[in-house]
Design a protein around this ligand. Sequence first.
Ligand SMILES: Nc1ncnc2c1ncn2[C@@H]1O[C@H](COP(=O)(O)OP(=O)(O)O)[C@@H](O)[C@H]1O
Ligand SMILES: [Mg+2]
Length: 302
Amino acid sequence: MSAICFDNVVKRFGNFTALDGVSFNVEQGDFFALLGPNGAGKTTLISILGGLTQSSAGAISVMGHDVAGDYRAARRAVGIVPQELVFDPFFTVRETLTFQSGYFGLKNNDAWIDEILENLGLTEKANTNMRALSGGMKRRVMVAQALVHRPPVIVLDEPTAGVDVELRQTLWAFIRRLNADGHTIVLTTHYLEEAEELCNRIAMLKQGKLIALEEKTALMNRGKARSLTLRLRPAELPDALRPLLVAECDGNFELKLAEPDALTDILVAIKSAGISVRDIEVAKPDLEDIFVDMMRNVPRGA
Ligand SMILES: Nc1ncnc2c1ncn2[C@@H]1O[C@H](COP(=O)(O)OP(=O)(O)O)[C@@H](O)[C@H]1O
Ligand SMILES: [Mg+2]
């Protein structure tokens, strides 16, 4: 059983289509990144998953429970950290979490609440009113609130947008531990280096459509090939290497390096043409390069 199944999910707002037939599965134990530019439909997809919005067509299930037909069980299986901060300003942090436990019918949840508070650096704020917390602290409470009922699936919608480095690190250490303990994690983020560092699978949404879904390693290998920049003396590229030329600037030749092993052939061709290599640099694309490339190359309406 997959942790989450998105099956041909469509969402229309009037005659605007925010989600245009999105299908993919998140497997149990995944640390899954859902990427996409603003307006791609990430938050809408998560709202339907959490039962806050209804889809226009299609279905979503969490741990085998349909989010529409089996709402209570589906809701119990997932903890969602929303993109927007929503809280009651008159509750303390602990009251907020106790109240949330009650919503799920959990009594005597204090030991787990204490553990969450501790792991999110909130222990000292436990009795502070929500309205008196900084934005970063409120964000931590949103995370705590999503974890109160120990959901097997945890979804974080841009949890680190605008938060300080310390919170990011605290949060990731904790979320990594939860993932290692068997929780499935879904994350949307604008910080691609976070997805690159943390996640094992990556999906990309653009204009309401899924344009990529791959193992991170496969995605990264599939992106732009590595590039090789050579400074040559004399500044001449042997004819045999012309087909690989990407750019030429001030005697530097940038060549496409389809696979690392092609390097030997390139160097042999240069040496046998009597040319010497003065400098060499190999660059590997990161997720950001790949992302930008894909977002640019997918035609509108594809
Ligand atoms: N309640 C709504 N009414 C009308 N349009 C909406 C509503 N919610 C979202 N949208 C539109 O749907 C699209 C997807 O939004 P959203 O899911 O928030 O994207 P993301 O989270 O990827 O930035 C956007 O164009 C947004 O303006
Ligand atoms: Mg969003």
